[in-house]
Design a protein around this ligand. Sequence first.
Ligand code: ADP
Ligand code: MG
Length: 152
Amino acid sequence: MIPSTLTTVSPGETRAAGELIAEALEPGDVVLLVGELGAGKTTFVQGVASGLGVTDDVTSPTFTLCQVYEGRLTVLHADLWRLERLQEVVDLALDEGLEEGGVLLAEWGEGAVELYGDDALIVTIELGETETDRVLRLEAHGARWERRVETA
Ligand code: ADP
Ligand code: MG
């Protein structure tokens, strides 16, 4: 089971948290990442990608909006920052990748709750007490996530 809270004290630990989630990922899964700039969203996705066997460097898709990586599952790494209308998210055609068995990891995922929030893992990363402390809250939405995540 995926724990409902994880605390990390270094970027490496946040990557390890991503690797843990990667083990549980199934084709078509959506993970929405919420947290301020510098919270560790990209760091977490690096761990997920590495856990899925992606060997490419994973960087922030701020300008490309969506980057695709091939691993055990295809990783769609999206950045929804500055997308102001839901239609702009729809236009990224993420659904096609999901239907083909990919998994979506969306930074600034609050912008896609309306689209995917009924069937998604929402990971909220908060800053902790020191500069390198982070608290990750993992929230299951919908049946396919509820069976995989501990209730808080
Ligand atoms: P985001 O994508 O949310 O803007 P990044 O993953 O790009 O955040 O950056 C997180 C920054 O915080 C990096 O510079 C990283 O080195 C630093 N950091 C310090 N402690 C942690 C931690 N525990 N987890 C993740 N990142 C951390
Ligand atoms: Mg980022």
